[in-house]
Ligand binder design. Structure first.
Ligand SMILES: Nc1ncnc2c1ncn2[C@@H]1O[C@H](COP(=O)(O)OP(=O)(O)OP(=O)(O)O)[C@@H](O)[C@H]1O
Ligand SMILES: [Mg+2]
Length: 366
């Protein structure tokens, strides 16, 4: 026996292969199906010939399949596709089909030959897995909604009561020890109020509704001034500089912008070398206004791409209370709600700059 299979051996192989085999002539119409194919479809060869096979393809898959087949046939390129094919018992099964061009002995293109296997079990297992994944995701979302409901109603209300009562007590007393205790209660309650508000913003942004904004004619310069004044009082060793060119007025939510600027300036102070200066520069252009917050020190390049994601806090402030890592995520959500965006540039030579860019008229279509 030689190294090669004889024509008869090849024919036997093809006829009795567990794989379904078809062949198409130069006109792209089928002129051969092996026994395995005919047994699968339960139809006689005469019915499958030409384009007859297409009658067994699931109507939802037919157009896609025919297009894929003819496109590749015209280009004489091998193709792979999956479609549902009706079995002899009427059940549609997913089939993997691979077609390749073939050439005659003289090297002329002679048509396509294809082999198919039933991959229905694999497809079914895969879609079961996908369905399970979706269910898990949905229940995680439900859980998040539930937590948010608790946070927003059951925690916010008593918290507001604590902060309000602490303020009242502070107004009513002159006793130094009571005053100190009252101030501690108030500061603690205010910090929790901020965290609760951040968590609500996080969840709104994640559920796709975005942070709510109430637009009014707003001067970004005076907002930056206010924010810097507040930080100035708390960070006395830091030089906080504000420069502004042009009229920085736009149609924005003043509270939300104060929150975004405060997150950026707070970061600049918190995440830069002690005692180093911070600059805020406002560049008012024709249609947009850009606020840039700059500090010394830089963010490692490998951390930079993730910096706007929630709960990414690169702080090494061991022993100090660490932030949740929501500040930049929320600042960016606020920028987006105004149809703007935030960019960061950070190198060892130039330090770190966050640029908040806002269109003056932010209410248009997104
Ligand atoms: N101006 C900056 N300079 C250097 N590093 C920064 C700066 N801003 C942010 N970072 C880095 O990015 C991380 C994420 O910042 P983000 O404001 O989102 O969270 P956070 O400040 O850690 O916590 P939170 O703002 O929720 O209190 C910070 O932990 C810090 O490592
Ligand atoms: Mg922060």
């Amino acid at each position: 026996m030689g190294d090669h299979l004889s024509a008869t051996e090849y024919r036997l192989l093809v006829e009795h292969s567990p794989v379904m085999i078809w062949r198409a002539a130069l006109n792209a119409e089928c002129d051969y199906f092996n026994d395995t194919w005919l047994q699968f479809t339960g139809r006689p060869l005469a019915k499958e010939m030409g384009n007859g096979w297409a009658e067994g393809v699931h109507p939802e898959d037919l157009d896609r399949c025919v297009k894929h087949y003819l496109d590749h046939f015209a280009r004489r390129e091998a193709f792979e596709m999956e479609y549902r094919l009706r079995r002899h018992d009427g059940v549609y099964r997913w089939i993997f089909d691979r077609g390749t061009p073939f050439y005659d002995d003289a090297g002329n293109f002679a048509g396509f030959i294809g082999s198919c296997v039933d991959v229905d079990n694999r497809r079914r297992a895969q879609s079961d897995r996908e369905r399970k994944g979706e269910q898990q995701l949905a229940s995680a979302r439900d859980f998040e909604k539930w937590i948010v409901a608790i946070v927003s109603h059951d925690i916010r209300n008593p918290l507001n009561a604590i902060a309000g009562s602490a303020s009242t007590l502070l107004e009513m007393t002159d006793v130094p020890a009571v005053k100190r205790a009252g101030e501690r209660v108030l500061r603690g309650a205010e910090r929790i109020q901020e965290i609760v508000a951040d968590l609500l913003d996080l969840s709104r942004e994640r559920q796709g509704s975005g942070v709510p904004v109430a637009r009014a004619r707003t001067d970004l310069r005076s907002i930056c001034r206010q924010v810097l004044d507040e930080f100035d009082a708390a960070a006395k060793d830091r030089a906080l500089e504000l420069r502004c060119e042009g009229e920085a007025v736009g149609d924005w939510d003043p509270h939300r912008l104060a929150q975004a600027i405060s997150n950026l300036v707070g970061n600049a102070i918190e995440h830069s070398p002690p005692g180093s200066p911070i600059q805020v520069k406002i560049d008012a252009r024709e249609n947009t206004v850009v606020a840039e917050v700059h500090n010394e020190g830089h963010i490692p390049p490998e951390v930079l791409p993730e910096i706007f994601q929630p709960f990414k806090s690169g702080g090494e402030r061991i022993g100090r209370s660490q932030g949740l890592g929501l500040g930049l995520f929320i600042a960016q959500a606020i920028a987006k709600a105004h149809r703007g965006h935030i960019e960061v540039a950070s190198t060892a030579e130039t330090g770190t700059s966050f640029r908040l860019e806002l269109p003056r008229n932010s209410a248009g279509p997104t």
